[in-house]
Ligand binder design. Structure first.
Ligand code: FES
Length: 184
């Protein structure tokens, strides 16, 4: 089952073109990865269910510059990947974890500090937060903002303000090289 990249609509500003291109590139790579895993199942098993369950998405991270984000699709869900700046990493770590509603350290949420990988679905009622583009609202903590009911996520994807009960989920993934991951 091929996956598709959700590409946020262009706002018409110069400078957005490169980000859009990165999203398309990553999505195409992801679609190839998912299709190659799913194909052997199509002839022998129920494709809809089994393909969905086993699909993985491979993402080439090398085009991302520091501070940039991409969105790829994995099992029908948007996955946010951000190459964090030093400032974003510091902000994510300079936090009193005991004061968080969903207590997780930043270290528990990343494999490499520079790379944050999240399921881009608000844990309140399932909207897709904004903040993947630098021009979108990122909320009071510089991460992502859910416009549906006003949840603010920080630069580790943790819920900091608003009705969402949990941090943005971190999917299973592995680094297949210094600059590539396989999700799922
Ligand atoms: S769905 Fe995100 S705050 Fe309600």
């Amino acid at each position: 089952m091929a996956t598709k990249t959700k590409t946020p609509k262009s706002n018409g500003k110069k400078g957005e073109t490169r980000r859009d291109f990165l999203q398309l590139t990553a999505g195409a790579f992801g679609a190839v990865g998912a299709a190659s895993v799913a194909w052997p199942l199509i002839n022998s098993l129920n494709p809809a269910k089994d393909t969905l369950a086993l699909a993985t998405t491979e993402v080439d991270l090398s085009p991302l510059l520091v501070g940039q984000s991409i969105t790829v699709m994995w099992r029908g869900k948007p996955v946010f990947i951000r190459r964090r700046s030093e400032k974003e990493i510091e902000e994510a770590r300079d936090v009193d974890v005991a004061a968080l509603s969903d207590k997780q350290t930043d270290e528990d949420r990343v494999q490499k500090p520079e790379w944050l990988v999240l399921v881009g679905i608000c844990t309140h009622l399932g909207c897709v937060p904004t903040g993947q583009k630098s021009t979108e609202p990122r909320g009071e903590y510089g991460g992502w903002f859910c416009p549906c009911h006003g949840s603010h996520y920080d630069t580790s994807g943790r819920i900091r303000k608003g009705p969402a009960p949990k941090n943005l989920a971190v999917p299973d993934y592995v680094f297949t090289s210094d600059t590539a991951i396989k999700i799922g």
